[in-house]
Design a protein around this ligand. Structure first.
Ligand code: ATP
Length: 230
């Protein structure tokens, strides 16, 4: 099993192919320190999603190693790996129930107060508070009544509550109103603090705030640097 981690992530000469046997990742090397925020940028099909899918071990590498805190992730159990990882997709999963339940998902023992504290920390509280029944407002599976930005804020609160050491975020591309956009930007900052994050980044603010940007092209990292350097 993977013991509690600090969040160092290394790719050591990683090569990957899907079943099609076409080379998708070609000798990827990097070392990321605990707490770093990595923005992955690059054209569609360049391999960004594949990189994050390998970190959470949805697939195994063909050659090379992925190490977390020095341990090859191939040698640990999937549950022990995944429980230390938060994965946030572009369109967050909302199930039918209250907002409270939706945030609590993943940390079922959390009290109402803890849920509210998490929501406040990621700037989700204000919009929730404005809803008819606040945290006890019922939403259905498609998250009706919630905008795409609000669904993301809920997923931020959920992730903060679960408190994983490694966070993977596929940032949404959908258009979001200015107010929610600002909440997302600030909320993301508090969510990222103290954990290692890999963000498939679409917002300029995210890219600017990243510790490092990996520019991906054709399955290779062609540049690594900060926003100022690149
Ligand atoms: P996007 O910005 O569109 O999400 P991306 O940079 O995340 O793109 P990937 O999704 O990692 O790119 O895809 C990299 C390459 O792998 C693409 O050529 C894609 O067609 C291919 N690919 C992705 N998933 C599979 C799969 N399950 N089987 C075969 N090929 C795949």
């Amino acid at each position: 099993i993977l013991l509690p981690i600090k969040g160092k992530v290394e790719f050591d000469d990683v090569v990957f192919e899907y079943e099609t046997e076409e080379r998708i990742l070609d000798h990827i090397n990097f070392k990321v320190n605990p707490g770093d925020t990595i923005a992955l940028v690059g054209a569609t099909g360049s391999g960004k999603t594949t990189i994050v899918n390998l970190i959470s071990r949805f697939y195994d590498v063909k050659n090379g190693q992925i190490k977390i805190d020095g341990t090859d992730i191939k040698t640990v159990t999937l549950p022990s790996l995944r429980e230390q990882m938060g994965i946030m997709l572009q369109d967050p999963f909302i199930f039918s129930g209250t907002i409270m339940d939706n945030i609590r998902y993943g940390r079922l023992d959390a009290t109402d107060e803890e849920v509210i504290r998490a929501a406040k920390a990621v700037q989700a509280h204000d919009f929730i508070d404005d809803l008819e029944d606040g945290y006890f407002t019922e939403v259905n599976e498609r998250g009706t009544r919630l905008s795409s930005g609000q669904r993301q804020l809920i997923s931020f609160a959920r992730a903060l509550l679960a408190d994983p050491k490694i966070l993977i975020l596929d940032e949404a591309t959908s258009s979001i109103d200015t107010e929610t956009e600002l909440a997302l930007q600030k909320g993301l900052e508090s969510l990222l603090s103290g954990r290692t994050s890999f963000i498939i980044a679409h917002r300029l603010s995210t890219i600017k705030n990243a510790t490092k940007i990996f520019y991906i092209e054709n399955g290779r990292i062609i540049e690594k640097g900060t926003h100022n350097e690149l």
